[in-house]
Design a protein around this ligand. Sequence first.
Ligand code: SAH
Ligand code: SF4
Length: 372
Amino acid sequence: MDNLPSIFSVALPDLEAWAVARNEPGYRARQILHWLYRKRATRFAEMSDLSERLRVELAREFRLEPLSCLRRTGSRDTTQKFLFRLKDDNLIESVLIPANPALYGLPSDRKTLCVSTQVGCAYGCKFCASGLEGWTRNLDSGEIAEQILRVEALSGEKINNIVFMGMGEPLANYQNVLRAVEIIRAPWGIGIGSRHITLSTSGLVPRIRDLADQSLQIRLAVSLHGATDAVREKIMPINRKYNLSALIEACAYYAQKKRQRITFEYILIENVNDGLDQAAALALLANRLKAKINLIPYNTVQGLSWKRPSQTRQRTFLRALERSGVDATIRREKGHDIDAACGQLRLQTLRESLKGKGAASDKSFAGSGNLR
Ligand code: SAH
Ligand code: SF4
């Protein structure tokens, strides 16, 4: 039963084909999707306008049980974090961010969900909690899309903006992420438009080019975090494979194909990348691409010694960019106090359970095969 595909991985054309192959009219697919995405059914048995036979066949071939939420932090007006346990006991997290106009210049009634795309991450950026424990597996597209449905059900909020900035490198799970985007965008699915979907990447150059060649209009954010190879290489191993000049070329290609301004994310880490020499180099790169810059004051990660620079140093860096004519903002991290950066709640839970306290005493968590 456990390895059945998630029903949330199935797009309309495939579900139509599935119904027709079972001697049912193709429009059954739309009925099923209506139950899933409009009425938010959590059991096939609820789908009362389908025949008993079809409901049984659905249950035999697809998984529908909701993601189980192990932990939740934050409150309605702050960033909220949700730790989910997958069917194989792996842990992922999603972060619900209240209106934050500074984020992408969106209207202030936006509710943004930051979704995970992998369990762990193979890219090992030196400052990131998600990379600390390595990569375990890719999420399937249903597990990605379902994070949105589950957080809406748990929080009572309507999410209208999605960022692929949770755990994992979305472009390293390319096919599943594209399928999830299809389900998130579709009018028969979750129905959030492309322009409200942002994918963040640490810089997988060939995949940025592939994404540029797709007809999708999703937004691209690129984690730069260093404006010269020497600095970027120190904190992001991927820079040895795809250096800054290759990355910037790929970004330029994306921006030109999509007629879109991309965003550079730049974490400010004290005495690593927050000097004025980096600000000057960053301004050159941003101006060349007419890119926006999102400065993110570093969130400390337990066990890592990197620090967030003082407010004065942050402001000095921002001013230097602005004086060079760059459109830059500092993301006021509302979730700093609840460890909002990706992968941190999971890491904390894994560590607590290894020490035999906290979540390990929770029956639903005990026996997880994921404790390394
Ligand atoms: N793998 C993708 C997307 C997930 S990470 C990427 O790297 O872009 C999403 C963003 O969170 C990235 O910009 C990442 O660098 C940033 N991030 C990771 N750890 C952080 C921390 N401790 N404080 C602030 N931002 C962090
Ligand atoms: Fe992976 Fe992104 Fe974290 Fe780097 S910053 S380790 S690419 S999740």
